[in-house]
Design a binder for this molecule. Structure first.
Ligand code: ATP
Ligand code: MG
Length: 340
Protein backbone atom coordinates (compact mmCIF):
# COMPACT_ATOMS: atom_id res chain seq x y z
CA UNK A 1 0.00 0.00 0.00
CA UNK A 2 1.37 3.43 -0.93
CA UNK A 3 1.96 6.13 1.66
CA UNK A 4 -1.09 8.21 2.50
CA UNK A 5 -0.33 11.74 1.33
CA UNK A 6 -0.40 14.44 3.99
CA UNK A 7 -3.45 16.69 3.95
CA UNK A 8 -2.64 19.74 1.84
CA UNK A 9 -2.13 22.90 3.93
CA UNK A 10 -5.25 25.10 4.13
CA UNK A 11 -5.26 27.97 1.62
CA UNK A 12 -3.94 31.20 3.11
CA UNK A 13 -7.11 33.10 2.39
CA UNK A 14 -9.32 30.51 4.10
CA UNK A 15 -12.37 32.47 5.24
CA UNK A 16 -12.33 30.99 8.74
CA UNK A 17 -8.81 32.22 9.38
CA UNK A 18 -8.75 34.94 12.03
CA UNK A 19 -6.86 37.95 10.77
CA UNK A 20 -4.51 39.91 13.00
CA UNK A 21 -3.13 43.36 12.15
CA UNK A 22 -0.76 45.52 14.12
CA UNK A 23 2.49 47.38 13.59
CA UNK A 24 5.21 49.73 14.71
CA UNK A 25 6.34 53.07 13.37
CA UNK A 26 9.89 53.04 11.96
CA UNK A 27 11.13 55.59 14.49
CA UNK A 28 13.73 53.41 16.22
CA UNK A 29 14.48 49.90 17.38
CA UNK A 30 11.87 47.83 19.17
CA UNK A 31 12.21 47.72 22.94
CA UNK A 32 11.06 45.57 25.84
CA UNK A 33 7.76 47.49 25.99
CA UNK A 34 6.99 46.34 22.46
CA UNK A 35 8.05 42.81 23.17
CA UNK A 36 5.99 42.27 26.30
CA UNK A 37 3.24 44.68 25.19
CA UNK A 38 2.46 43.19 21.78
CA UNK A 39 5.25 41.37 19.92
CA UNK A 40 5.12 38.25 22.08
CA UNK A 41 1.36 38.05 21.44
CA UNK A 42 1.82 38.45 17.69
CA UNK A 43 4.19 35.49 17.59
CA UNK A 44 1.79 33.42 19.70
CA UNK A 45 -1.16 34.24 17.39
CA UNK A 46 0.95 33.37 14.34
CA UNK A 47 1.97 30.08 15.95
CA UNK A 48 -1.71 29.41 16.75
CA UNK A 49 -2.42 29.54 13.00
CA UNK A 50 -3.84 33.05 12.63
CA UNK A 51 -3.14 35.24 9.61
CA UNK A 52 -0.83 37.92 11.05
CA UNK A 53 -0.12 41.14 9.13
CA UNK A 54 2.44 43.63 10.42
CA UNK A 55 2.34 47.15 9.02
CA UNK A 56 5.37 49.41 9.25
CA UNK A 57 3.63 52.81 8.98
CA UNK A 58 6.49 54.77 7.45
CA UNK A 59 4.27 57.62 6.24
CA UNK A 60 3.03 58.12 9.79
CA UNK A 61 6.48 58.98 11.11
CA UNK A 62 5.81 62.59 10.08
CA UNK A 63 2.78 62.68 12.37
CA UNK A 64 4.76 64.06 15.30
CA UNK A 65 8.02 65.25 13.70
CA UNK A 66 8.88 67.37 10.69
CA UNK A 67 11.08 64.90 8.86
CA UNK A 68 11.49 61.13 8.98
CA UNK A 69 15.10 60.26 9.75
CA UNK A 70 16.77 57.09 8.47
CA UNK A 71 13.46 55.58 7.38
CA UNK A 72 15.03 52.68 5.53
CA UNK A 73 17.46 51.86 8.33
CA UNK A 74 14.68 51.87 10.94
CA UNK A 75 12.39 49.84 8.67
CA UNK A 76 15.02 47.16 8.13
CA UNK A 77 15.74 47.24 11.87
CA UNK A 78 12.07 46.52 12.66
CA UNK A 79 12.02 43.56 10.27
CA UNK A 80 15.16 42.20 11.97
CA UNK A 81 13.49 42.63 15.37
CA UNK A 82 10.40 40.74 14.13
CA UNK A 83 12.45 37.89 12.70
CA UNK A 84 14.55 37.65 15.86
CA UNK A 85 11.39 37.51 18.01
CA UNK A 86 9.93 34.61 16.00
CA UNK A 87 7.82 36.19 13.26
CA UNK A 88 7.95 33.78 10.31
CA UNK A 89 7.50 35.42 6.87
CA UNK A 90 6.23 32.12 5.45
CA UNK A 91 3.15 32.57 7.65
CA UNK A 92 3.07 36.29 8.49
CA UNK A 93 2.97 39.34 6.19
CA UNK A 94 5.22 42.34 6.83
CA UNK A 95 4.65 45.45 4.72
CA UNK A 96 5.31 49.19 4.62
CA UNK A 97 2.43 51.66 4.55
CA UNK A 98 3.89 53.75 1.69
CA UNK A 99 4.02 50.68 -0.58
CA UNK A 100 0.23 50.16 -0.38
CA UNK A 101 -1.34 53.29 -1.91
CA UNK A 102 -4.87 51.82 -2.21
CA UNK A 103 -5.06 51.77 1.56
CA UNK A 104 -5.10 55.57 1.67
CA UNK A 105 -8.24 55.70 -0.45
CA UNK A 106 -10.13 54.59 2.62
CA UNK A 107 -9.36 57.90 4.28
CA UNK A 108 -11.99 59.95 2.46
CA UNK A 109 -15.00 57.88 3.50
CA UNK A 110 -13.54 57.28 6.96
CA UNK A 111 -12.88 60.98 7.61
CA UNK A 112 -16.48 61.70 6.65
CA UNK A 113 -17.64 59.36 9.41
CA UNK A 114 -16.02 61.12 12.41
CA UNK A 115 -16.58 64.53 13.90
CA UNK A 116 -13.89 67.10 14.69
CA UNK A 117 -15.04 67.01 18.34
CA UNK A 118 -14.44 63.26 18.52
CA UNK A 119 -10.90 63.66 17.22
CA UNK A 120 -10.19 66.43 19.72
CA UNK A 121 -11.32 64.28 22.66
CA UNK A 122 -8.98 61.35 21.91
CA UNK A 123 -6.66 61.00 24.96
CA UNK A 124 -3.83 59.39 22.98
CA UNK A 125 -3.85 62.24 20.47
CA UNK A 126 -3.67 64.69 23.41
CA UNK A 127 -0.72 62.79 24.91
CA UNK A 128 1.10 62.53 21.60
CA UNK A 129 0.57 66.24 20.97
CA UNK A 130 2.17 66.90 24.37
CA UNK A 131 5.26 64.87 23.34
CA UNK A 132 5.29 66.06 19.72
CA UNK A 133 8.50 67.45 18.24
CA UNK A 134 6.52 69.74 15.93
CA UNK A 135 6.05 73.42 16.62
CA UNK A 136 2.34 73.34 15.65
CA UNK A 137 -0.22 70.52 15.71
CA UNK A 138 -0.67 69.36 12.13
CA UNK A 139 -3.83 68.09 10.48
CA UNK A 140 -2.05 64.76 10.20
CA UNK A 141 -1.59 64.56 13.96
CA UNK A 142 -5.24 65.43 14.48
CA UNK A 143 -6.43 62.75 12.06
CA UNK A 144 -3.87 60.12 13.11
CA UNK A 145 -6.49 57.72 14.57
CA UNK A 146 -8.40 57.77 11.27
CA UNK A 147 -5.24 56.84 9.35
CA UNK A 148 -4.77 54.05 11.80
CA UNK A 149 -8.35 52.89 11.22
CA UNK A 150 -7.52 52.61 7.50
CA UNK A 151 -4.39 50.57 8.32
CA UNK A 152 -6.48 48.16 10.39
CA UNK A 153 -9.68 47.94 8.35
CA UNK A 154 -8.09 47.65 4.91
CA UNK A 155 -7.41 43.99 5.67
CA UNK A 156 -10.59 43.48 7.73
CA UNK A 157 -8.61 42.60 10.82
CA UNK A 158 -10.45 40.79 13.60
CA UNK A 159 -7.79 41.16 16.30
CA UNK A 160 -5.30 43.95 17.00
CA UNK A 161 -2.61 43.15 19.59
CA UNK A 162 -1.61 46.56 21.01
CA UNK A 163 -0.37 48.37 24.09
CA UNK A 164 -2.65 50.38 26.38
CA UNK A 165 -1.94 53.68 24.59
CA UNK A 166 -3.60 52.38 21.43
CA UNK A 167 -6.93 51.43 23.00
CA UNK A 168 -8.65 54.80 22.31
CA UNK A 169 -7.50 54.60 18.67
CA UNK A 170 -8.95 51.16 18.35
CA UNK A 171 -12.23 52.31 19.83
CA UNK A 172 -12.45 54.90 17.07
CA UNK A 173 -11.60 52.23 14.47
CA UNK A 174 -14.53 50.17 15.77
CA UNK A 175 -16.78 53.23 15.58
CA UNK A 176 -15.73 53.89 12.00
CA UNK A 177 -16.35 50.26 11.00
CA UNK A 178 -19.80 50.37 12.62
CA UNK A 179 -20.78 53.67 11.03
CA UNK A 180 -19.55 52.59 7.59
CA UNK A 181 -21.54 49.36 7.82
CA UNK A 182 -24.65 51.24 9.02
CA UNK A 183 -24.44 53.74 6.21
CA UNK A 184 -23.35 51.55 3.29
CA UNK A 185 -23.97 47.91 4.25
CA UNK A 186 -21.77 45.34 5.97
CA UNK A 187 -18.16 45.46 4.81
CA UNK A 188 -15.92 45.66 7.90
CA UNK A 189 -15.64 43.53 11.04
CA UNK A 190 -15.31 45.46 14.33
CA UNK A 191 -11.78 44.54 15.41
CA UNK A 192 -10.99 43.65 19.02
CA UNK A 193 -7.95 44.99 20.88
CA UNK A 194 -5.80 42.30 22.44
CA UNK A 195 -3.88 43.56 25.46
CA UNK A 196 -1.04 41.61 27.02
CA UNK A 197 -0.31 41.18 30.74
CA UNK A 198 2.06 44.18 30.40
CA UNK A 199 0.08 46.70 28.33
CA UNK A 200 2.04 49.71 29.63
CA UNK A 201 5.65 48.90 30.40
CA UNK A 202 7.52 51.77 32.01
CA UNK A 203 10.86 53.04 30.77
CA UNK A 204 14.01 53.88 32.69
CA UNK A 205 12.54 57.27 33.66
CA UNK A 206 9.35 55.80 35.15
CA UNK A 207 7.08 56.89 32.24
CA UNK A 208 5.83 54.81 29.25
CA UNK A 209 8.76 53.13 27.53
CA UNK A 210 8.92 54.73 24.05
CA UNK A 211 11.27 54.49 21.11
CA UNK A 212 11.47 58.24 20.88
CA UNK A 213 11.73 59.16 24.59
CA UNK A 214 15.30 57.93 25.30
CA UNK A 215 13.98 55.75 28.12
CA UNK A 216 13.86 52.36 26.45
CA UNK A 217 15.86 49.15 26.51
CA UNK A 218 16.07 48.09 22.85
CA UNK A 219 15.82 44.38 22.10
CA UNK A 220 18.91 44.81 19.91
CA UNK A 221 21.12 46.58 22.50
CA UNK A 222 24.31 44.78 23.56
CA UNK A 223 24.62 43.38 27.09
CA UNK A 224 26.90 46.30 28.03
CA UNK A 225 24.55 48.90 26.55
CA UNK A 226 21.70 47.29 28.48
CA UNK A 227 23.68 47.50 31.73
CA UNK A 228 24.46 51.18 31.09
CA UNK A 229 20.81 52.02 30.30
CA UNK A 230 19.54 50.30 33.42
CA UNK A 231 22.27 51.89 35.59
CA UNK A 232 20.91 55.32 34.60
CA UNK A 233 17.30 54.39 35.49
CA UNK A 234 15.37 56.63 37.89
CA UNK A 235 14.88 55.00 41.32
CA UNK A 236 14.54 56.36 44.85
CA UNK A 237 16.48 56.39 48.14
CA UNK A 238 14.43 53.72 49.95
CA UNK A 239 16.76 50.68 50.22
CA UNK A 240 13.84 48.30 50.66
CA UNK A 241 12.70 47.15 47.20
CA UNK A 242 8.94 46.75 46.78
CA UNK A 243 6.55 46.40 43.85
CA UNK A 244 4.23 49.38 44.18
CA UNK A 245 3.57 50.91 40.71
CA UNK A 246 1.28 53.69 41.96
CA UNK A 247 3.79 55.10 44.46
CA UNK A 248 7.18 53.94 43.15
CA UNK A 249 6.95 53.89 39.33
CA UNK A 250 10.74 53.88 38.74
CA UNK A 251 11.56 50.98 41.08
CA UNK A 252 8.40 49.06 40.16
CA UNK A 253 9.03 49.41 36.41
CA UNK A 254 12.44 47.77 36.92
CA UNK A 255 11.01 45.03 39.13
CA UNK A 256 8.36 44.33 36.49
CA UNK A 257 11.01 44.03 33.77
CA UNK A 258 12.88 41.38 35.72
CA UNK A 259 9.63 39.58 36.58
CA UNK A 260 8.56 39.43 32.92
CA UNK A 261 11.96 38.16 31.79
CA UNK A 262 11.98 35.49 34.50
CA UNK A 263 8.26 34.69 34.29
CA UNK A 264 7.85 35.39 38.02
CA UNK A 265 5.52 37.38 40.24
CA UNK A 266 6.93 40.92 40.68
CA UNK A 267 6.29 40.85 44.45
CA UNK A 268 8.50 37.75 44.75
CA UNK A 269 11.24 39.43 42.71
CA UNK A 270 11.10 42.49 44.99
CA UNK A 271 11.13 40.29 48.13
CA UNK A 272 14.26 38.48 46.89
CA UNK A 273 16.15 41.76 46.50
CA UNK A 274 14.85 42.88 49.92
CA UNK A 275 16.99 45.65 51.44
CA UNK A 276 19.64 45.54 48.72
CA UNK A 277 18.74 49.02 47.41
CA UNK A 278 18.77 50.37 43.86
CA UNK A 279 22.21 49.02 42.96
CA UNK A 280 21.23 45.41 43.73
CA UNK A 281 17.92 45.89 41.92
CA UNK A 282 19.67 47.19 38.81
CA UNK A 283 22.19 44.33 38.82
CA UNK A 284 19.33 41.85 39.11
CA UNK A 285 17.32 43.46 36.28
CA UNK A 286 20.36 43.71 34.00
CA UNK A 287 21.12 40.01 34.44
CA UNK A 288 17.48 39.02 33.91
CA UNK A 289 17.11 41.11 30.73
CA UNK A 290 20.44 40.06 29.22
CA UNK A 291 19.80 36.38 29.90
CA UNK A 292 16.31 36.55 28.45
CA UNK A 293 17.29 38.46 25.32
CA UNK A 294 20.52 36.60 24.53
CA UNK A 295 19.01 34.04 22.10
CA UNK A 296 16.93 36.72 20.37
CA UNK A 297 20.00 38.94 19.99
CA UNK A 298 22.00 36.07 18.52
CA UNK A 299 19.26 35.35 15.94
CA UNK A 300 19.06 39.04 15.06
CA UNK A 301 22.81 39.21 14.44
CA UNK A 302 22.53 36.28 12.05
CA UNK A 303 19.67 37.83 10.06
CA UNK A 304 21.50 41.18 9.99
CA UNK A 305 24.31 39.63 7.96
CA UNK A 306 22.10 39.44 4.87
CA UNK A 307 19.77 42.38 4.33
CA UNK A 308 18.69 41.00 0.94
CA UNK A 309 16.49 38.56 2.89
CA UNK A 310 14.91 41.47 4.80
CA UNK A 311 14.23 43.28 1.51
CA UNK A 312 12.68 40.11 0.09
CA UNK A 313 10.40 39.77 3.14
CA UNK A 314 9.14 43.32 2.55
CA UNK A 315 8.77 42.82 -1.19
CA UNK A 316 6.59 39.75 -0.72
CA UNK A 317 4.64 41.35 2.13
CA UNK A 318 3.96 44.50 0.09
CA UNK A 319 2.66 42.41 -2.81
CA UNK A 320 0.19 40.56 -0.61
CA UNK A 321 -0.92 43.71 1.26
CA UNK A 322 -1.59 45.45 -2.07
CA UNK A 323 -3.76 42.59 -3.28
CA UNK A 324 -5.78 42.69 -0.04
CA UNK A 325 -6.12 46.49 -0.18
CA UNK A 326 -7.33 46.44 -3.81
CA UNK A 327 -9.95 43.83 -3.00
CA UNK A 328 -11.26 45.79 -0.01
CA UNK A 329 -11.30 49.01 -1.98
CA UNK A 330 -13.39 47.36 -4.70
CA UNK A 331 -15.90 46.30 -2.06
CA UNK A 332 -15.93 49.75 -0.47
CA UNK A 333 -16.56 51.47 -3.79
CA UNK A 334 -19.32 49.05 -4.69
CA UNK A 335 -20.95 49.50 -1.26
CA UNK A 336 -20.77 53.27 -1.57
CA UNK A 337 -22.62 53.34 -4.85
CA UNK A 338 -20.57 51.80 -7.62
CA UNK A 339 -17.78 54.24 -8.40
CA UNK A 340 -16.02 53.78 -11.78
P1 ATP B 1 7.05 56.25 19.34
O1 ATP B 1 7.79 56.86 20.50
O2 ATP B 1 7.69 56.50 18.02
O3 ATP B 1 5.57 56.54 19.36
P2 ATP B 1 6.55 53.72 20.61
O4 ATP B 1 7.66 53.16 21.45
O5 ATP B 1 5.41 54.36 21.32
O6 ATP B 1 7.24 54.68 19.56
P3 ATP B 1 4.86 52.62 18.60
O7 ATP B 1 5.43 52.27 17.28
O8 ATP B 1 4.09 53.90 18.75
O9 ATP B 1 6.05 52.58 19.67
O10 ATP B 1 3.94 51.44 19.15
C1 ATP B 1 3.94 50.15 18.57
C2 ATP B 1 3.11 49.20 19.42
O11 ATP B 1 3.77 48.91 20.64
C3 ATP B 1 1.75 49.76 19.83
O12 ATP B 1 0.82 48.70 19.84
C4 ATP B 1 1.96 50.24 21.25
O13 ATP B 1 0.77 50.22 22.01
C5 ATP B 1 2.95 49.20 21.76
N1 ATP B 1 3.80 49.78 22.81
C6 ATP B 1 4.65 50.82 22.65
N2 ATP B 1 5.24 51.12 23.82
C7 ATP B 1 4.74 50.25 24.75
C8 ATP B 1 4.96 50.06 26.16
N3 ATP B 1 5.81 50.84 26.82
N4 ATP B 1 4.29 49.07 26.80
C9 ATP B 1 3.41 48.28 26.10
N5 ATP B 1 3.16 48.41 24.77
C10 ATP B 1 3.82 49.39 24.10
MG1 MG C 1 3.90 55.43 20.15
Amino acid sequence: MGAVPDDPPPPREAPQMTRVLTGDRPTGPLHLGHYFGTLQNRVRLQDDGMDVLLVIPDYQVITDRDVAEDLLGHTHGLVLDYLAAGIDPARATVFTHSAVPALNQLLLPFLSLVSVAELGRNPTVKDEIAHSRQSAVSGLMFTYPVHQAADILFCKADVVPVGQDQVPHLELTRTIARRFNDRYGPVFPEPEALLSAAPLLLGTDGTKMSKSRSNSVPLSATADETAALIRRATTDADRRITYDPANRPGVSGLVQLAALCQDRDPHDVAADIGDGGAAALKRHVTDAVNTYLAPMRARRAEYAQDLSYVREVLHEGNKRANAIAEATLDEVRAAMGGFR
